[in-house]
Design a binder for this molecule. Structure first.
Ligand SMILES: Cc1cc2nc3c(=O)[nH]c(=O)nc-3n(C[C@H](O)[C@H](O)[C@H](O)COP(=O)(O)OP(=O)(O)OC[C@H]3O[C@@H](n4cnc5c(N)ncnc54)[C@H](O)[C@@H]3O)c2cc1C
Length: 333
């Protein structure tokens, strides 16, 4: 059952910001996550402010400095199929293809994918958990097989988006609009660790919305990939996943970003893995060390220690694949 709410269609970004400033209003993008949350009373809304009529928020364009700018209302399908994304950032295209089902990718937007609520069954169920303003996280002593092994605090969700890790690996940033004006912030700073505030998924202030995502120009020999492991082959959220962005100098990793999904309450940048790779050649020993480094600081819960060998093996496999692809193509993807 839905509690009653008003539904308005904003005419432009300023109108959206004004309308979001009133009462308990929420952005309505594709509605694929939002409407389920309202139906299941995960949270409530007085007003939904639809962005569907704001043409400026849709589509992918190239900017003069070589960056790619993606409007927040661009659908996941458009991302998955866009030729410039497939050519320059195949890891992001792969992450988009891994999201949900074709129908959800046609309806769901990149802004909504970054801001969706977590999938913890206690949070989505009839439990007044910490994230809903209650006094505890039921997963800590409960059914926590799909929960985090890094970064858990009083709440142990995993962040659900497949595109966020891929965007962070690419050093993308979001541009926002809000009552205080707009700001730019790296996607890596968008999500809120539960240790700071377990009731918020992101750092957006009330009334603030994502307008676009900007991916900087890719270095010449950038290798990107996204791997997702799920419990079944049809659509499902990541039990574990990893986004790689390796900036290669011949056979040496000049710089890199490695971001895990299904592992932590926010997309989890594995800095120990990055450190183990930087300045080195992707040989068996380096790959083994990088994969070991990724899980060295894991703190599993009672039912998810299986994620440690899973993430380790997944990273080892992805780095071997990168090494083989780069040797076969002489250093480019
Ligand atoms: C069955 C199912 C399976 C799924 N599987 C996956 C999966 O495997 N991987 C994955 O990554 N995702 C998955 N999803 C999530 C899906 O990708 C998201 O529901 C979708 O991307 C959200 O986009 P939307 O446009 O529909 O957002 P909405 O549902 O409209 O909004 C989601 C949230 O984001 C906020 N929001 C939306 N746009 C903005 C904006 N521009 N600025 C600020 N806040 C905003 C809304 O207020 C709301 O809180 C799944 C969803 C379902 C229902």
């Amino acid at each position: 059952m839905f509690a009653p709410f008003a539904y308005v269609r904003a005419t432009d970004v300023t109108d959206a910001v004004d309308r979001l400033a009133t009462g308990n209003a929420h952005v309505h993008a594709g509605g694929t996550d939002l409407l389920g949350c309202l139906r299941d009373e995960v949270f409530s809304a007085d007003t939904l402010v639809s962005l569907a009529d704001i043409e400026a928020l849709s589509g992918v364009r190239e900017s003069d400095d070589g960056a790619l700018v993606i409007g927040a209302m661009t659908t996941i399908t458009e991302l998955a199929e866009h030729p410039a994304i497939a050519e320059r950032y195949p890891g992001l295209a792969q992450a988009a293809r891994e999201v949900a089902s074709p129908q959800l990718r046609n309806q769901g937007t990149i802004g909504g994918n970054l801001c969706q609520k977590p999938r913890c069954w206690y949070y989505r169920g009839d439990f007044h958990c910490l994230r809903k303003g209650g006094d505890r996280c039921f997963a800590i002593a409960g059914e926590n097989q799909y929960h985090c092994i890094f970064g858990g605090a009083a709440c142990v969700i995993v962040h659900p988006s497949d595109t966020a890790p891929a965007l962070i690996a690419l050093d993308a940033e979001v541009k926002t609009a809000g009552p205080q004006g707009g700001r730019r912030l790296p996607v890596s700073k968008l999500h809120m660790p539960p240790g700071k505030d377990p009731t918020r998924e992101n750092v957006l202030e009330p009334g603030e919305l994502i307008v676009e995502i900007r991916i900087p120009a890719a270095p010449k020999d950038l290798y990107t990939s996204y791997r997702k492991i799920r419990t079944r082959r049809s659509w499902d959220f990541a039990v574990a996943g990893c986004a790689l962005a390796l900036d290669m100098d011949g056979e040496t990793v000049r710089d890199c970003r490695v971001v895990l999904s299904g592992a932590a309450p926010i997309p989890w940048r594995s800095r120990p893995t990055e450190q183990a790779l930087r300045g080195r050649t992707l040989n068996d020993q380096v790959i083994r060390e990088a994969a070991d480094a990724a899980v060295a600081s894991a703190s599993p819960l009672s039912k998810n220690a299986y994620k440690i060998p899973l993430i380790r093996g997944m990273l080892e496999g992805e780095l071997h694949k990168a090494s083989e692809t780069l040797s076969a193509t002489g250093g480019s993807q």
